[in-house]
Write a protein that binds this ligand. Structure first.
Ligand code: SAH
Ligand code: SF4
Length: 389
């Protein structure tokens, strides 16, 4: 493997240009080990955690509960980093989209969607996505790399900076919910996503509870159980089709993990019950998956699973091979699902004018040579084999 393709695949250590180590993204245990490693007491980690994740402070000099010499020692060795905001767009409907640049130059997008009673941040887990779903703009971008835990947490921290919510109020937060529905497949970067979400959920920090976090997957079956057991966040599944034949065309991952396996994994998702349903996302593609027969088959397929069905009108992007279903078709489809006893809200497209709606995210990633692409394909195949085995 040549040097560039390794760099392209593995998350870079998140270090400041001057060599100071970034503290963002370390678990509590790792932060304690850092403190002990430089001869400070363990409880310093607790104090730091509070400043970094509850107060949102990035400058050690402001951390007034730490003695001055301690602050100086910390500032010499460590940094509390944020990604660089390259672009900050605001939609007519209040949706905001940030394009963030990481230290190695790779870029991702995060989107904040304000609603009357809450505000949701849509967080990315990878630069691009390898899964090439045919309706998704992100899928047209080659995966360049997974995001580190630091880069995932930092998206939430940056939104808090921008919304002025340090410390966050207990009620009425503008950033109250997190959805792992940005760029990338979170279950293909599980370790980093899990580490980041544990930090986001920590009660003495960012403090967004697991009930307010939803992870969306295209159906990486072997990782679903672990995600439920370890994180116990709400699960959303990108279903989008009710037959293997169609799903394999629009979502190639279905060839690896077909519907039966996916539905079984949903049925067995830890913690699912009527009070905590799985959300099935269903993108409405004109003339492709939006007929009344499809709606009836959907109801059949989900029988016995505590489920809610989120109908997503297709969001177009340049060169997209599909069109949005008509309002009428969406309504008829929704009624059938609803009459069968499933909530079937239609997701209002938000931030379309700034290309921030579901499936529209994309950043310019490194152009790779054919050899590098082949190398990436090889590593992905290896990873898939690992997951399968
Ligand atoms: N990779 C994960 C997380 C991304 S979530 C997943 O696929 O679930 C983004 C959601 O938007 C997914 O449900 C995805 O299927 C949906 N989506 C993708 N492209 C879309 C488009 N053009 N219009 C509407 N929804 C889209
Ligand atoms: Fe990847 Fe999800 Fe887009 Fe499919 S829909 S290409 S899995 S981001």
């Amino acid at each position: 493997m040549n040097a560039l393709s390794i760099a392209a695949l593995s998350p870079l250590p998140h270090t400041h240009a001057d060599g100071r180590k970034n503290l963002v993204g370390l678990s509590r245990e790792e932060l304690e080990a850092e403190m002990l490693g430089i001869g400070l007491e363990k409880f310093r980690a607790r104090q730091l955690w509070h400043w970094i994740y509850h107060r949102g402070v990035t400058d050690f000099a402001v951390m007034s509960t730490l003695a001055k010499p301690v602050r100086e020692t910390l500032a010499e060795r460590y940094a509390v980093l944020r990604p660089t905001v390259v672009r900050d767009l605001k939609s007519a409907d209040g949706t905001r989209k940030w394009l963030l640049r990481m230290p190695d130059g790779q870029e991702v997008e995060s989107v904040h969607i304000p609603e009357e009673d809450r505000g949701t941040l849509c967080v990315s887990s990878q630069v691009g996505c390898t899964l090439t779903c045919r309706f998704c703009h992100t899928g047209t971008q080659r995966l360049v790399r997974n995001l580190t835990a630091a880069e995932i947490v930092a998206q939430v921290m940056l939104a808090r900076d921008a919304l002025g919510e340090w410390p966050a109020p207990p009620d009425g937060r503008m950033l109250s919910n997190v959805v792992m529905m940005g760029m990338g497949e979170p279950l293909y970067n599980y370790e980093n996503v899990a580490k980041a979400l544990k930090i986001v959920m920590d009660g003495d920090g960012i403090s967004i509870s697991k009930r307010r976090i939803t992870l969306s997957t295209s159906g990486v079956v072997p990782m679903m159980k672990r995600c439920g057991e370890e994180l116990n966040v709400n699960l959303a599944v990108s279903l989008h089709a009710v037959t293997d034949e169609l799903r394999s065309i629009i979502m190639p991952i279905n060839r690896k993990y077909p519907l039966k396996q996916l539905i079984d994994a949903c049925r067995n998702y830890p913690g699912v019950n009527n009070a905590r349903r799985i959300t099935f996302e269903y993108v409405m593609l004109k003339g492709i998956n939006d007929s009344p027969a499809d709606a009836r088959a959907l109801v059949n397929l989900l029988k016995g699973i505590p489920a809610k069905i989120n109908l997503i009108p297709f969001n177009p992007w340049p060169g997209a091979p599909y069109e949005r279903s008509t309002d009428k078709a969406i309504q008829v489809f929704g009624d059938i699902v609803n009459n069968a006893g499933y909530a079937s809200p239609v997701r209002t497209p938000r931030g379309e004018d700034i290309m921030a709606a579901c499936g529209q995210l994309k950043s310019d990633s490194l152009r790779l040579t054919a050899a590098q692409r082949a190398e990436i394909d090889r590593v992905i195949a290896e990873k898939d084999a690992e997951l399968a085995g």
